[in-house]
Design a protein around this ligand. Structure first.
Ligand SMILES: NC(=O)c1ccc[n+]([C@@H]2O[C@H](COP(=O)([O-])OP(=O)(O)OC[C@H]3O[C@@H](n4cnc5c(N)ncnc54)[C@H](O)[C@@H]3O)[C@@H](O)[C@H]2O)c1
Length: 336
C-alpha cells in the first residue's frame, strides 16, 4: 500500500550530508521500498529542490519520486495536490528559524496542521531557534489538532543511549553554565572553515559551553559542548555514573561503543553496536505508528517532550550569558 510523503526542506537532513549520517529520504526508501511515494517537496529555494529531486530521479529509488512536485510554500502544495496525493506523513526538515513558533513566517508546523489536517508530522530538532514560550504555544496547537508528531531526537533511538532513561526531567533553576567566548584568549581558533569576520560579534558561537544541573530525581548532570576539534565529523560521548556503574557511550552518531564498568570490578566491558542506525529507527517507529496506534509508544520524543529539551537549552544559554556578562563587568575577561 503506497504511503504518500511530503518533504519540507531540500537540504542536508532530508537529502544527506558529508558531515554525518543523516539523510531522511534514504531511511524512508529503506523502510518503505516501492510503497514510498513522495508527492511533494516544499522549499523556497526551488533551484535546490529541483537539483535534489533530479538526483533522486536518477537513483535506484526513482519510482518513489516520479509523482513528486516542487512547491515553494506549504500552502501552494495544499492548493495543488489532488485528494489521491494528500500526504500521510510530512517530514519537516527546514531550518529552526522558520518553525517552532506562531509568528507568521516562523510557523511551519501551524501552516502544516492547517493545510494538511490528519497528516502525521515528523519535525527535526531543534524545535526552534526562538524562545520556549512560542514552542509551548505550538505544542498546544499540535495537541488541539491531535496531530501525531515525532521530533527527531535520534539519539533516543540509539541502542546504547542511556541518558534519557537515567536522567529524566531537570530542575531548571539548578542549571549553571560557563562559556569560553570567541573574543577571549582561550577562545582563539587558529583553524576555521569559513570567514568568521562576516558574522556579527554578537552572533558568534562560544568555543566551549560547560553546564551542570540537578535532575528532579536528585542526580547531577553535566554537558560540555565545544567547537575546538579539527575535521568535519562530530565527536559525541555520554557518561552515566549510578549505583557503582559507569556507563560511557562513545560516538553514537557513527560507530557506537558502550563501555561499562560494573560494581565489584575495575576493568571495562566494551559493547559495539554495529547494526545500530538511530535515524532509521526513529523514522521506522514513526511510520509504524501512523497506522497502528498501539505502536505510538515507540515514538520517543513527542512535541511536548521536545519543548522540555528546548527550555533546558535556553536555561543553559541564559545562565552562560549571565556568567559571561558578570565576568566582563568584573573585568575578569581579557577580551580584545
Ligand atoms: N538530527 C540530526 O542529526 C540533524 C542533522 C542535520 C540537520 N538537522 C536539523 O535539520 C534542520 C535542517 O537542517 P539542514 O542541514 O537540512 O539545513 P539546510 O540549510 O541544508 O537545508 C534547509 C532547507 O530548508 C529550506 N527552507 C528554508 N525555509 C523554508 C520554508 N519556509 N519552507 C520550506 N523549506 C525551507 C532551505 O531553503 C534549505 O534548502 C535543522 O533544524 C537542523 O538542525 C538535524
Amino acid at each position: 500500500m503506497p504511503l504518500n510523503v511530503l518533504l519540507v526542506g531540500a537540504g542536508e537532513i532530508n537529502f544527506g550530508s558529508v558531515e554525518g549520517p543523516w539523510n531522511h529520504t534514504l531511511r524512508l526508501e529503506r523502510k518503505l521500498g516501492t510503497s514510498l511515494t513522495v508527492v511533494a517537496l516544499v522549499d523556497p529555494d526551488v533551484e535546490r529542490a529541483t537539483a535534489a529531486l533530479s538526483t533522486k530521479l536518477k537513483g535506484s529509488s526513482a519510482s518513489s519520486y516520479l509523482q513528486c512536485e516542487i512547491f515553494s510554500t506549504v500552502q501552494t502544495a495544499a492548493n495543488a495536490l489532488s485528494e489521491a496525493n494528500m500526504p500521510k506523513l510530512i517530514i519537516l526538515g527546514a531550518p529552526p528559524s522558520v518553525r517552532g513558533s506562531d509568528i507568521p513566517g516562523r510557523d511551519l508546523e501551524i501552516q502544516i496542521i492547517g493545510a494538511f489536517p490528519g497528516s502525521a508530522l515528523f519535525v527535526e530538532k531543534p524545535l526552534s531557534n526562538g524562545l520556549e514560550d512560542a514552542c509551548q504555544r505550538v505544542a498546544r496547537r499540535v495537541q488541539q489538532a491531535r496531530t501525531l508528531v515525532s521530533v527527531g531526537y535520534m539519539l533516543r533511538y540509539s541502542q546504547g543511549d542511556l541518558s534519557r532513561y537515567f536522567g529524566g526531567d531537570i530542575r531548571l533553576p539548578s542549571i549553571a553554565a560557563r562559556t569560553v567566548e570567541h573574543n577571549e584568549p582561550a577562545g582563539f581558533l587558529s583553524a576555521k572553515r569559513f570567514d568568521e569576520d562576516n558574522i556579527p560579534p554578537d552572533n558568534r558561537l562560544p568555543r566551549l559551553t560547560s553546564a551542570t544541573w540537578k535532575y528532579i530525581n536528585g542526580a547531577v548532570g553535566s554537558l560540555t559542548h565545544a567547537i575546538v576539534l579539527h575535521g568535519t565529523l562530530y565527536d559525541t560521548e555520554f557518561e552515566v555514573y549510578a549505583d557503582g556503574y559507569r556507563l560511557k557511550l562513545i560516538d553514537p552518531y557513527n560507530a557506537p561503543i558502550l563501555s561499562v564498568r560494573r560494581p565489584g570490578i575495575t576493568y571495562e566491558e566494551i559493547f559495539k553496536f554495529t547494526d545500530d542506525d538511530p535515524f532509521f529507527t526513529e523514522m521506522s517507529s514513526m511510520i509504524d505508528a501512523i497506522d497502528h496506534p498501539e505502536a505510538q509508544g515507540a515514538i520517543l520524543s513527542s512535541y511536548e517532550d521536545a519543548v522540555k529539551t528546548h527550555e533546558f537549552t535556553w536555561h543553559i544559554r541564559r545562565s552562560s550569558e549571565a556568567a559571561a556578562r558578570a565576568e566582563r563587568e568584573q573585568g575578569g575577561s581579557t577580551a580584545h
